[in-house]
Design a protein. Structure first.
Length: 276
């Protein structure tokens, strides 16, 4: 029975406690032995339930899926932000423009965005349909083509939006002003990606549920905002920046807003495709 189910692409879990269960427990994708079972069954199994409580299996699968999902989310977030930084500077160099982000700025961005937000992703609660999703096949890569494609989508959208804004602002304002706008805008854009990536469902489908799934990320954004304000106010020279006058503040939100809604549109598109 186990082999027939596996041949049809099913992930098979078998529980057992006696000698007669050993062959099935051994070839199953997940063999589970009871704590009161024979030693042979325990040796053949991948999991042993000490207290014989079968309900713990569901809980273990739930926690395992939640951990795997959160690892996938943080990897997708980190890939997105790093693709953005690489493409943004690379496209500027190819177009023979001044650098939109200096190395010290990139290090700081990674500190106040990646350095804070990636530590918060493990606290993300599970999404509503977690146990309704199909099992992840063990022979398949943890990060699949779809995940990589989403990361490139996020990163290239960010890079393109920032570059267009950067080119426009260079025609209007001094390089020092534009560089500071680019620097701060990049920080906020990565926050917007982090907020979007904590939940695979669209933000505006249920904003309250999106907030509840991981409220700590907003604390991370607040902490990052305080740090960014501090360096721009007291240490701008160390980061090739200036104290940005208030009339320029509107520009630092243009690219982050476009990034946020571009990811939102992608999520709605994915949701519609799933329902078709």
């Amino acid at each position: 029975i186990v082999k027939i189910l596996q041949s049809k692409g099913e992930i098979v879990v078998v529980t057992g406690d006696g000698i007669n269960d050993v062959p099935a427990v051994k070839i199953a994708d997940l063999g589970i032995a009871m704590g009161s079972g024979t030693q042979a069954t325990k040796e053949a199994a991948k999991m042993i339930i000490i207290d014989n409580n079968l309900a713990i299996i569901i809980q273990a699968i739930y926690i395992g899926r939640q951990i795997a999902k959160n690892i996938g989310k943080v990897i997708r977030y980190l890939l997105s932000t790093n693709i953005f930084e690489i493409f943004y500077n690379a496209m500027a160099i190819i177009l023979k423009l001044p650098l939109p982000l200096y190395p010290t700025q990139i290090l700081w961005i990674n500190l106040v965005t990646d350095g804070v937000q990636d530590k918060i992703f493990p606290f993300t609660k599970s999404e509503e349909d977690l146990m309704k999703q199909k099992p992840h096949r063990p022979e398949k890569s943890f990060i699949n083509f779809s995940q990589i494609l989403k990361s490139f989508y996020n990163g290239i959208i960010m890079a393109t939006t920032h570059l267009i804004l950067f080119i426009y602002l260079l025609k209007v304002y001094s390089y020092e002003v534009v560089l500071t706008i680019s620097f701060t805008s990049a920080v906020i854009s990565q926050w917007s990606v982090g907020i979007q990536e904590i939940n695979e469902r669209p933000f505006f489908l249920n904003p309250l549920a999106h907030f509840k799934i991981n409220p700590y990320i907003y604390i991370g954004v607040l902490l990052g905002a305080i740090l960014q304000f501090t360096i721009l106010t007291y240490l701008p020279d160390y980061f090739h920046a200036i104290r940005l006058p208030s009339q320029y503040l509107i520009y630092i939100f243009i690219a982050p807003i476009i990034t946020f809604f571009s990811i939102e549109i992608r999520k709605w598109f994915e949701l519609i495709i799933k329902k078709i």
